[in-house]
Design a protein around this ligand. Structure first.
Ligand SMILES: *Cc1c(COP(=O)(O)O)cnc(C)c1O
Length: 362
């Protein structure tokens, strides 16, 4: 158990930076000879931008964030790193981008023109990346837009696109996107190419190009079966037991009194709720764990707490001050996400701000 915890009654999150480093090494090995960057958007998927960035600074080829502000925050941690900003930038954001050495991923012709105009005014050809829309229809230039002359003026260091269905290896969209990407990238021979995030790395050599951009896999998420084999979990989340209550047949519990005991037993109230990212949709689906024993959720999830049925445990196994497991060896973020009708990605990025956080290096 992490030290310094006595008396704390908020949920505690333990993040293993050693495991994140090992996951990066495994992804790098799977992607070789392509270089392996790191995606740190959304506070490193909720796990902590600063801590994750520092632990990967010696092994990541480069870093990706979504917003210019995230880029600035990352620059403060890593003065030397190559940092790409996936959402590109507006003319107003350009000076800050340049000052901090952040490279925009330009997604639209307007962004391209504004960046180019800024570079001209500044008298310096700051680096830029471009993204192609190869079929996801989310971000990027269309094939017909590649003839614009302004593109030739960019100091282009990366061309990229993003796969919509990489988590489904047999999906025909993967091959279609790859073929279009290859064709579009021929407009800028010699400029480094990147197509794949975590799942794409496992689609085969054809999908690696010169650089890959995993996020999920570093953090122990497994978007498809192939990744599960290779990667290890990085976090555990425990909630404190705040109260234990005896029930009799007919005892009702929680908002709406939707749960009702069928026989005498016990409930435990755990200190984690939907304000902490423990989704309301887990009612009736989710469980917490005591060792290897599942503890079904009883009734609705509250803002700060949730009740679980602990009748199957020996009396006294849990008491005020005990801990129950939310995420750990019995339940990973993908499993909790599935129970909540969402993904492990959303579980991680919803992790609450009220947890005590512990970083370890196993
Ligand atoms: C989020 C993101 C990634 C990382 O995806 P994972 O599935 O988490 O590995 C890579 N590239 C782009 C453009 C992204 O938006």
């Amino acid at each position: 158990m992490p030290g310094g915890q006595e008396g704390q009654r908020c949920a505690r999150l333990t993040i293993d930076l050693g495991a994140i480093k090992r996951n990066h090494r495994r992804l790098s090995a799977a992607a070789a000879p392509a270089a392996c960057g790191v995606v740190l958007k959304a506070n490193a998927y909720g796990l902590g931008l600063r801590e994750v960035a520092r632990s990967l600074q010696d092994q990541a080829a480069c870093f990706f964030v979504a917003h210019p502000r995230e880029g600035q925050a990352l620059r403060a941690v890593l003065p030397q790193a190559d940092i790409f900003v996936l959402h590109g930038c507006t003319r107003a954001e350009a000076p800050v981008m340049a000052r901090h050495g952040l490279v925009p991923v330009l997604n639209t012709l307007q962004q391209v023109r504004e960046w180019q105009a800024f570079c001209q005014t500044a008298g310096e050809r700051f680096k830029a990346a471009i993204q192609y829309d190869t079929g996801m229809t989310r971000f990027g230039l269309q094939p017909a837009q590649l003839q614009e002359n302004v593109l030739k003026e960019l100091n282009l260091v990366l061309q990229m696109s993003h796969l919509a269905c990489a988590d489904v290896p047999a999906h025909p969209g993967n091959r279609r996107q790859r073929e279009l990407f290859v064709a579009m990238a021929q407009n800028f021979p010699g400029v480094r190419r990147s197509l794949s995030a975590t799942s794409g790395i496992f689609l085969g050599k054809d999908y690696l190009f010169e650089l890959v951009r995993p996020g999920a896999g570093l953090y122990g998420l497994a978007p498809n079966a192939e990744t599960t084999q290779v990667l290890e979990p990085v976090l555990s989340l425990e909630a404190p037991v705040l109260q234990v209550l005896d029930t009799v047949a007919g005892t009702q519990a929680g908002y709406g009194l939707e749960w009702e005991a069928q026989k005498p037993g016990r409930l435990a109230t755990a200190g984690i709720g939907y304000a902490d990212g423990f989704f309301r949709s887990l009612a009736g689906q989710g469980r917490l764990w005591h060792g290897t024993t599942p503890l079904p959720i009883a009734g609705r999830v509250s803002m700060d707490s949730v009740m679980v049925d602990i009748t199957s445990l020996p009396a006294g196994a849990l008491h005020e001050g005990s801990w129950v497991s939310v995420l750990g060896s019995q339940q990973d973020p993908d499993a909790l996400g599935a129970a909540a009708g969402t993904s492990g990605y959303e579980v991680l990025t919803s992790l609450g701000t009220r947890f005590t956080r512990h970083y370890i290096q196993s």
